[in-house]
Each structure stands twice: as C-alpha cells, then as structure tokens.
Design a protein around this ligand. Structure first.
Ligand SMILES: Cc1cc2nc3c(=O)[nH]c(=O)nc-3n(C[C@H](O)[C@H](O)[C@H](O)COP(=O)(O)OP(=O)(O)OC[C@H]3O[C@@H](n4cnc5c(N)ncnc54)[C@H](O)[C@@H]3O)c2cc1C
Length: 161
C-alpha cells in the first residue's frame, strides 16, 4: 500500500488526508498542537466557547466537492442555516455595523458610514468572483471529481450567478 504523510491537521491537511485515504493511501497526519483544526481552533473557558478563527462559511462548493470526493453529501452532514446579520462590528465611538448577505442593504449601510464605499465593495466582490472562477476554480477542477461549480450548494452566490 502506498503511504503518505501530511504535516498539519488544519482543514487543508485533514481534507487532503481524507482524499488520499479514499484513493487508497495509508495516511499519517502529524500535528504539533494537542488538537486538530489549526486556525479553526476554539477556546473553552469558564463555560464559554470562543471561536478563534472563521466566522463565515465561505466557498461552500469547495466543501461540497470535498464531501462528494469522499462519496458523501454535504447536506447529509451539515444543517446550513443562513443567518442575518452575519455578524456585528462594534466601533470605538459606540456605533456598530451589522454585516448582512443582502447586498443592497450592505451597500446602503457601508455608504452611510463612508460615502463611496459601495464602489470598493463592488470591486472587492468582483475580484473575489474572478479569482474563484478562474485561477482557483481551474486548479480545483483539475483535481476534484466534482469541481467547484457542481451546483451542489444553492446557497453560494458564485454558484447561483
Ligand atoms: C481570525 C481568523 C478568522 C478567519 N475567518 C474566516 C472566515 O470567516 N471564513 C473562512 O473561510 N476562513 C476564515 N479564516 C481562514 C481559515 O481559518 C483558514 O484559511 C484555514 O483554517 C486554514 O487552514 P489550513 O489547513 O490551510 O491551515 P491551518 O489552519 O493554519 O493549519 C495548519 C496546521 O498545521 C500545523 N503545523 C504547522 N507546522 C507544523 C509542523 N511543522 N508540524 C506539525 N504540525 C504543523 C498547525 O499547528 C496547524 O494545525 C480565518 C482565519 C483567522 C485566523
């Protein structure tokens, strides 16, 4: 049996290990921290739970493709519920900003804080879309059996556009 060694049990290492195992490799994952997860770490103290890393479920097709490559369906494992606001930013002057997935509302809120911000937001989203549909998508499609645009996740703005 072929063997593979993965350094690091972050999401990249774990998904790579799973794919290699599915492909028939005997995989060893080495992690220097006491628990897996990498930047997905959580801090539990005094009955409280703090997520130390990601808040937003970005690029759902990547996750859907990973499950598919492993012979599973993401929706059989995750109950995804869209929340709004996605999160609240508190500023030093006591004001706050609720981030939302509703683009029109988000644009209004950003414009209220910084006139002209809508253009920056549009550029930012266009850049993300271009990166997702070109460089990343192309390299992903070359390695994944499902690719990023399998339509597996209807919640993704990139899929539905
Ligand atoms: C504060 C914060 C907020 C974020 N918010 C979001 C978000 O909202 N949405 C989103 O999609 N992404 C978000 N991200 C990014 C996301 O968390 C990372 O892109 C992702 O977790 C990276 O995974 P990874 O496996 O590539 O690397 P890592 O998670 O860094 O994993 C690398 C692993 O390798 C281990 N390692 C390193 N060197 C060695 C070694 N020599 N020997 C053994 N083990 C080693 C490390 O301990 C670690 O566990 C956020 C990140 C941070 C920090």
């Amino acid at each position: 049996m072929k063997r593979a060694v993965i350094i690091g049990a972050g999401v990249a290492g774990v998904t790579s290990a799973a794919r290699l195992a599915k492909a028939g490799y005997r995989v060893t994952v080495l992690e220097k921290q006491p628990t897996p997860g990498g930047r997905l770490a959580a801090l539990r103290r005094d009955g409280f739970h703090f997520d130390m890393g990601p808040s937003l479920f970005l690029m759902p097709p990547t996750f859907a493709a990973t499950y598919a490559d492993l012979g599973e369906r993401m929706e059989d494992h995750l109950d995804l519920i869209r929340i709004d606001p996605t999160y609240r930013v508190h500023f030093h002057d006591g004001t706050s900003l609720d981030l939302t997935g509703d683009l029109a509302t988000l644009t209004e809120r950003l414009e209220a804080i910084e006139p002209g911000a809508a253009i920056g937001l549009t550029d930012f989203l266009a850049g993300g879309r271009a990166a997702t549909t070109s460089r990343w998508a192309t390299s992903w499609a070359a390695t994944s059996t499902t690719g990023p645009s399998s339509g597996a996740c209807p919640t993704c703005p990139f899929c539905s556009s």
